[in-house]
Unconditional design. Structure first.
Length: 245
């Protein structure tokens, strides 16, 4: 997915997120992030965008604590959120092809645009579930979010960031993620970690359904019974239990 489309996705879902939280109780609990009140979820989004922009411009800095974020008064949330997204896009465009720091070594600045676009999309869903607002993600963005998450899980560095991910190693077990419209993904659990490839016809376990639902199931925002499950159910449940985003 190119930089222009990722920027569109970032801005669309930041705006959607802002709309979902407008007028809501800042202390309302977020069901899919149960330790966070809504104000912390809002703070996390604006904080993360600014943190990523700072990395692109100046290099790495410690991961910030969402509880330390100050999104301001609720009537100013929308402007604050949109300013953070714009700041990140500006930083990425200015960096161009200059490599920047990422969790996985030097990479293009668009890494952070992609990471934040999809993180914002999932948190837009969180906000919508908390406030009763509508939520929808375009199929191409949902599909790229799944690919990006599988890229993260398959990087050798990832198990060092979260020990749960090390439990995804296996001996060749396969999981297919099959959207109703699109080629899907075939995930293989190897002794060295997760591997994935587009497509795939058969697997030990399959999750199938609309691509939006698949994204939200894979990121633990919807229960697994929202999609069709066939094959080794225990394998699919183990995957979901160890890949919470």
């Amino acid at each position: 997915m190119d930089t222009t489309r990722l920027a569109e996705g970032l801005h669309d879902h930041t705006a959607g997120f802002a709309g979902a939280v407008t007028g809501a109780d800042p202390e309302a609990r977020v069901p899919t992030c149960p330790e966070w009140p809504l104000r912390v979820l809002v703070g996390h989004i604006g904080q993360a965008h600014r943190w990523a922009a700072g990395i692109v411009r100046s290099g790495p800095s410690p991961v910030p604590d969402p509880f330390d974020a100050d999104p301001g008064s609720p009537e100013k949330w929308s402007d604050w959120l949109l300013q953070g997204a714009a700041d990140l896009e500006d930083a990425v465009l200015a960096a161009g092809e200059t490599p920047v720091w990422t969790f996985f070594g030097p990479g293009p600045a668009r890494f952070w645009l992609r990471r934040m676009a999809h993180d914002t999309t999932v948190h837009h869903a969180d906000a919508a579930f908390a406030t009763g607002a509508a939520f929808e993600v375009a199929p191409d963005l949902a599909a790229d979010a799944i690919s990006e998450w599988l890229d993260v899980l398959s990087d050798p560095v990832t198990p060092t960031l979260n020990p749960a991910f090390a439990e995804l190693r296996g001996t060749g077990q396969t999981l297919r993620v099959a959207p109703d419209d699109g080629p899907g993904w075939l995930v293989t659990r190897t002794p060295d970690g997760v591997r994935w490839a587009p497509g795939g016809d058969t697997a030990d376990a399959t999750l199938a359904g609309p691509v939006q639902d698949l994204l939200l199931v894979l990121t633990r925002r919807l229960p697994a019974d929202r999609v069709r499950r066939t094959g080794d159910r225990a394998l699919a449940e183990h995957w979901l239990a160890h890949t919470a985003a």
